[in-house]
Write a protein that binds this ligand. Sequence first.
Ligand SMILES: Nc1nc2c(c(=O)[nH]1)N[C@H]1C(S)=C(S)[C@@H](COP(=O)(O)O)O[C@H]1N2
Ligand SMILES: [Mo]
Length: 513
Amino acid sequence: MTDERATEPPRPVTAALSGAAAGAAALGVAELAAGALGRASSSPLLAVGAGFIDLTPGWLKDFAIRRFGSDDKTVLLIGLGAGITLAALVIGLLSRRRLSWGLAGLGAFGAVGVVAALTRPIAGPADAAPSVVGALAGMAALTALVRAARPKDTGPGTEVDRRRVLLTGAGVIGVAAAGGVSGRALLRRGDVTSVRADLRLPRPASPARPVPQGAQVRAAGMTPFHTSARDFYRVDTALTLPQVDPRDWTLRIHGMVGRPVELSFDDLLREALVERDITLSCVSNQVGGDLAGNARWLGAPLAPLLRRAGIHSGADQILSRSADGMTLSTPIEAILDGRDAILAVGMNGEPLPIAHGFPARMVVPGLYGYVSATKWVVDLKVTRFATDRAYWTERGYAEKAPIKTFSRIDVPKPLAGVKAGRVAVAGTAWAQHRGVDAVEWQVDDGPWREARLAPVPGLDTWRQWVAEWDAAPGSHTLRCRATDGTGHTQPGHRAPPLPDGATGWHSVVVTVT
Ligand SMILES: Nc1nc2c(c(=O)[nH]1)N[C@H]1C(S)=C(S)[C@@H](COP(=O)(O)O)O[C@H]1N2
Ligand SMILES: [Mo]
């Protein structure tokens, strides 16, 4: 009798690899299903990744941004991939003991995908399908692989049919790859890159004020006054960029209003557009950090749009929502007080880049991005802070967050070596909508001295500063602090970004030889 050997399970390596292959087939087929649906957010991989982002508390977000910057999402996806691979190997090993255990493991995976996809803010019931179909495909693949690897009774002894194992394995990997590749290709159907490239924006009814001569400090390594779209920092929770076609785009203004409004993109372009230089900055920016950028925005003023809808008294918040379900809350008074709060469609003379909110985003000078700068915006609800809470507010950030008065040293760079003698010390300061009235700088613990301020077109952009330092040999610490238009000076006390923006003086250590 050969019963003993006939029930002998496949070798551990074969079993583990079978699990990995079955897992890959599950993900590949799920991608294909997500592609067929045309909904990236229904892909279990992306839905689970997005779920992770949503479960991230404020302090961990600040940590991830500090450590990985704009690569934070790549790091998340790599971690997720490693976790899934490990789990799939374990599922393979389990199936060696009993196939049903392996199948249960794949089923559990599918269930996680279903929950993640259905809890996305923009989910519909169909979004469960890719995880279900993927899990079923993975189960079929695992069953086929385990059967193929089972030793067969060949009369004189038992033997594993290696050819069958290899062919089955190749088939499963082929399904995984074909599913993944075609799924991704199908998802690219919705890509709006070419729609954006063909879009022509109208000229502004009110052009930007010219940038005064000298706004740009001439010093090697100095930050440019205008930030190009390519160099502009990016902070958002979107794992895949929302692809919003302007032909389908509408903006709803509703809630505590007399007449709800729905605007098409063409309606928006018919408004009297303004062009303004405005510096955005992120609440997660650390002392000395570079999560800020200054661009020329083209857009429709928000105040008249809201007034046309007829705001009820008692409303104090605009809860804005993006195409991917993100919510941000902005105090109504900041939008109505006369500042250039706009629904932007253009950035630096072009349609908004997709990563920066194409086709429309909010820009409100003076407020951190998370309470004002909604990208891919599709909905404005007029409401009250007491009624509705936005995404980051629920994660520990302040409800209201005016940008704090900030200055940093851009040159010399930290730990730079410089020659003794005349050295240009220069940097960037901002206090949007209050303006920067002074920047002082200090060497070691010497006296504070006033730097020369470069001219600016208005209160809503950052302002460059420069000073001449007679540098003596040795190691020195340079420090700076700004004072805004209300007379408030940036405090030396170090506070972290959470809950309403970092404080502290920026310092740079340099070696003079
Ligand atoms: N839809 C959406 N809009 C968003 C965010 C987001 O996560 N989703 N992040 C906000 C934050 S925290 C900041 S600082 C700014 C950054 O804008 P940028 O990426 O164009 O620099 O966008 C804001 N708008
Ligand atoms: Mo931000």
